[in-house]
Design a protein around this ligand. Sequence first.
Ligand SMILES: Cc1ncc(COP(=O)(O)O)c(C=O)c1O
Length: 404
Amino acid sequence: MSIFEQITHHQMDEISTVNQCIKSDRRPKKRDLVSGVILDEAGLPIVLPTVVDCRQQLMRHWAKNQYLAPEGTARFNTAVTELVFGRALSDAFCSQLITLQAPGGTGALRLAFDFYASSLNGRRLWVGTPSWPNYQQIATAAGVEMVNFPQQTTVTQWLCALEQAQPYDAVLFQAGANNPTGMMLDTEDWHKIADLCRRKQLLPILDNASQGLGQDIEKDAEGIRIMAQSCPELIVASSFSKNFMLYNERVGAVSVKTSVPVFATQAKEELRTIIRANYSSPASFGSAIVAEILGDPQLYQKWLVDLVAVRVMLAKRRDSLLAALDNRCKESSSDVQRYGLFIQLNLSSQIIRDLREKDGIYLLDNGRLSLASLWQHDIARITTIINCRNFLNTNPCNISVYNK
Ligand SMILES: Cc1ncc(COP(=O)(O)O)c(C=O)c1O
């Protein structure tokens, strides 16, 4: 018997599974509305002008052929701390705040969950649904039990669900626009969440996946800053894949705020040890781009302008899609203002399956559609198909008309 016979099949997360189907679909009109890679109107991945300029400048004198420390560079980590927490809080908590570079947002989440499980003896992580499907896989790999609570209801209702959480349980919140619903919490909601976490001694873990692509760079971090002021301890996992469009450079960061300075020193050592045992040290070029842009006032302002253009483009796509979609395909609370890369449609799993199999249009099972890859000139065609599928699902006798 081969030792390999013991391999048991582990289910990949839904996004990876659907991506494989999309790749093997040979139909020319197939449409990938799953990917979060932001495409322009010609269907090409957008590169931000500021990032292009900065990359070229850095390339001119790039001679850093050496390992970085496990935590990355101080320049990157300081700049990220300020971006995430703002200058005032970064100064106020300077001895209680640490940031370490991580391989993308996924790597940052994995470091956060590993740290929670192995260094803090944490056991349970509460995650609101619907949410990003990969949380489950990362939590399982870190040995943390994931408990779901419904997040589509009002904040008061989900706070009620979180009353079941026990002291030292961790709770994951998405800091900016929610993936998939596009909802953003308001100031009052964040205060309520912070109060509950403090009262019940829960550890907040904030997923900061696309700061600057929701409302704006400051508003998207409001929740993190309210929580940091109110809760003695918290962890933030940041991704720079989408807001710098550095998807394959794998740039992210994990930040920890502790109640007293000595815990910050210890947390940093623990995280360095976890990194050392995993990938030893992070990659340098992508993080150098991020550090350069965040650290140079002129580049920073240019980058903010780049982000405005992307937000405007995504908002236009959202508006056009909603205007063309049949009301029954929209979420019931579609009057709430939503932001960011994703929109959740109200479609049955049968319709989602038909869209994939019969029309080559790929959405996630929960109805998540990525605006990042929905270019304007295809919206009329896509919405006509979705509206028809929805109509046929409720009026199946008309199928022959559609198939003509
Ligand atoms: C909500 C959310 N969190 C985290 C991540 C991970 O980010 P990264 O691509 O940098 O690993 C993503 C990526 O799509 C995401 O959508």
